[in-house]
Design a protein around this ligand. Structure first.
Ligand code: ADP
Ligand code: MG
Length: 245
């Protein structure tokens, strides 16, 4: 049996009195696409941030490829974090660097990849997201959809084992959502392990292997998209779906 990429046990996270994650035990297997859906404020972003220890769990364990991150020193956590690409709602590209330089930066600085190799990989990744003709552009000249595709290419440049997406299309104009979802769908098809928080139900239905429905600090349902959308088990999920579908 292969090791889960991510394994979470009894994960809880509180901010002061606010118990945001209550008791989460789940696994992400290699190549799986997990789509996390649920109402705003339900803890989805906090959960995703706990997976790479951008937030420190209050209790419980988060293991990456069998290693419990919560027991490791900062240096070891940083080394493992490099294997988890993250893409947020905002693109966070460095404005004073070209698209190509944005993508080359982390591999060269963190992994000490040489300039020629980093340039080659960056061009390959830009081709993959359909933007190699924008290699020398600055972020300010890009549309939101283009910037988000560059952000995905930049995350891929570190050759991650898993990609975490937190509402990657929520800040985009509607006509740009599709181009970003297409890139994500291609990634999934190529076998990338992914955990995606999104409100894009079409994407969830067609790309997810599992839907995790999260509300009130729990993963209330973990099911296939077919089962989840046709037959939500909890009242909480039924209520959520009745509002968005
Ligand atoms: P979602 O992504 O599902 O909308 P979040 O994880 O962003 O939910 O937020 C869940 C709860 O955690 C909210 O009540 C929010 O106010 C709280 N929260 C999130 N981050 C912080 C923080 N850094 N400090 C204090 N409270 C936080
Ligand atoms: Mg969120």
């Amino acid at each position: 049996m292969t090791k889960p990429v991510i394994e979470v046990k009894d994960l809880a996270k509180s901010f002061g009195e606010n118990d945001v994650l209550k008791d989460i035990t789940e696994k992400v297997e290699p190549g799986q696409v997990i789509v996390v859906i649920g109402p705003s404020g339900g803890g989805k972003s906090t959960f995703l941030r706990c997976l790479n220890l951008l937030e420190t769990p209050t209790s419980g364990q988060v293991a990456f490829e069998g290693q419990d991150l919560t027991t490791l020193d900062t240096k070891s956590v940083n080394a493992l974090r490099e294997k988890m690409g993250m893409v947020f709602q905002g693109f966070n590209l460095f404005p004073n660097m070209t698209v190509l330089e944005n993508i080359k930066l982390a591999p060269m600085k963190v992994k000490h990849v040489d300039d020629a190799a980093a340039t080659k990989t960056a061009h390959e990744l830009l081709q993959r997201v359909g933007l190699d003709d924008h290699a020398d552009a600055f972020p300010s000249s890009l549309s939101g959809g283009q910037a988000q595709r560059v952000a995905i290419a930049r995350a891929l440049a570190m050759n991650p084992e898993v990609m975490l997406f937190d509402e990657p299309t929520s800040a985009l104009d509607p006509e740009m959502v599709g181009e970003v979802l297409n890139v994500m769908q291609e990634l999934a098809k190529d076998g990338m392990t992914m955990v995606v928080v999104t409100h894009e139900m079409g994407f969830a239905k067609s790309v997810a292997d599992r839907i995790w429905f999260m509300a009130d600090g729990y993963i209330q349902e973990n099911n296939t998209p077919d089962e989840f959308f046709a037959n939500p088990q909890t009242e909480r999920a039924q209520d959520f779906l009745s509002k968005i579908l």
